[in-house]
Design a protein around this ligand. Structure first.
Ligand code: URA
Length: 433
């Protein structure tokens, strides 16, 4: 088999066989296929697409390209939730313990964030002492004893994706359905859960800008997951505004805890409930109505919070943070952003808000940069709210007050004002089963 023939075949619009796709992924991992040929194939895929069978085969080849953690020692049904990433998205911190409180196992391997705010691992590490670097046996013990554990990635999972993504990033071939689906699902299937719930974001804070693209992406991921024998469901949710009020690592953990005390922001609480409820439903815990009731109860009766406390203890963190938020530490400086006029906030660019928090130190531009766990933004107003001139829109937190001017500028330029109230958009735009 020759890479040249595979590139030519896709250039001419023909479908690749499973063998040809595996030849490609194995070749990029072992280095026998040079970057220029791999990049040429990415561009041919970008221009000519792939049919569903090719996308499935590319996903499975990416899944099989690296190491996989053996989770067979974990008893019971295993579920995971994956979000395509959004500003203020801290749902994993709530969904994992809530689902585990119903006896479903969550063995979650999460990433660190690049740009915007941190990833789930960065957020959890804002809890003093919390260890995300458990050994395999510690991880499995935590999941078996507590029901849920969240750790960082240590293995070389799906190395074909790592290589491919780096090439796509510099050859303008990231935003194409076959490569996005195989990248996300290749990594997800490597974790070998029984149930996978996808939260596909749509809007300014996401790489999917329209509901139609998000729906196609969601449907394709659900179909491939089912083909691999998984129980699948995808929500398509609005990312034209940040989720909840907190952006930034410790601030988001506090908001997650508040949500598990039944006092979370309405949009964030509802999304968590829907994610929990659908996981319970796919796990066969009852009718849709029963599962929705159970999900709501887990956030209002303290059961998710108790499970979160157990998770923190099992992973070496300070559980007293749950009742004493001062234990997270505090940013040295804060700065209020005031409304420049009296008007409705007609829309916000969620990505811009993410960038405003990155400026404050809540995210990183390169993997080597460190994150300030206490930096970030608390939103006092969001899309649809009326603000009076001089009223607080947001409060910025940072260790460095020099950063406030740029962050404020970014936040205000990402906020649109109007004399008319904007149309209310639902948070959950669609569901694909
Ligand atoms: N996230 C991924 O993991 N891969 C993509 O291609 C896009 C988003």
């Amino acid at each position: 088999m020759r890479m040249y023939d595979i590139i030519r075949k896709k250039r001419d619009g023909d479908a690749l066989s499973a063998e040809e796709i595996r030849f490609f992924t194995e070749g990029i991992v072992d280095g026998s296929i040079p970057d220029y040929q791999a990049a040429a194939l990415c561009m041919a895929i970008y221009l000519n697409g792939m049919n569903r069978e090719e996308i499935a085969q590319l996903t499975f080849a990416i899944r099989d390209s690296g190491e996989r953690l053996d989770l067979s020692a974990i008893s019971g049904i295993r579920a995971d939730k994956h979000s395509t990433g959004g500003v203020g998205d801290k749902t994993s911190l709530v969904v994992a313990p809530a689902v585990a409180s119903f006896g479903i196992k969550v063995a979650k391997v999460s990433g660190r964030g690049l740009a915007h705010t941190g990833g789930t691992v960065d957020k959890l590490e804002s809890i003093p002492g919390f260890r995300t670097n458990l050994s395999d046996s510690e991880f499995i013990d935590c999941v078996n004893n507590v029901g849920a554990a969240i750790i960082g990635q240590t293995r070389d999972v799906a190395p074909a994706d790592k290589k491919l993504y780096a090439l796509r990033d510099v050859t303008a071939t990231v935003d194409t359905l076959p490569l996005i689906v195989s990248s996300i699902m290749g990594k997800k299937l490597a974790a070998d859960d029984d149930i996978i719930i996808l939260d596909v974001k749509c809007g300014s804070g996401s790489f999917n800008k329209t509901p139609q693209i998000s729906r196609e992406l969601a449907q394709c991921m659900v179909d491939i997951g089912k083909k691999a024998g998984k129980k699948m469901l995808a929500l398509i949710t609005d990312m034209d505004r940040p989720l909840g009020c907190a952006i930034g690592n410790a601030l988001e953990v506090i908001e997650a805890i508040e949500t598990m005390k039944g006092r979370g922001p309405e949009d964030f609480t509802r999304l968590c409930e829907v994610l929990i409820s659908n996981t319970l439903y796919l796990a066969g815990k009852g009718s849709r109505q029963d599962c929705d009731d159970m999900a709501k109860a887990s956030l209002s009766d303290g059961s998710a919070l108790e499970k979160f406390r157990e998770m923190i203890i099992a992973q070496g963190g300070d559980p007293l943070v749950i009742d004493d938020y001062d234990r997270f530490g505090k940013a040295k400086y804060s700065h209020a952003v005031l409304a420049p006029k009296s008007a409705y906030i007609s829309s916000v660019n969620a990505e811009g808000y993410g960038e405003a928090s990155l400026i404050l130190g809540a995210g990183r531009n390169t993997m080597e940069e460190s994150i300030d766990p206490c930096a970030g933004i608390i939103l006092k107003k969001n899309t649809g709210d009326f603000v009076k001139e001089g009223e607080e829109i947001a409060v910025l937190y940072s260790e460095d007050k020099e950063k406030f001017a740029d962050s404020e500028k970014k936040l205000l330029s990402s906020t649109c004002f109007s004399s008319e109230a904007p149309k209310k958009k639902p948070l959950i735009l669609d569901m694909v089963e």
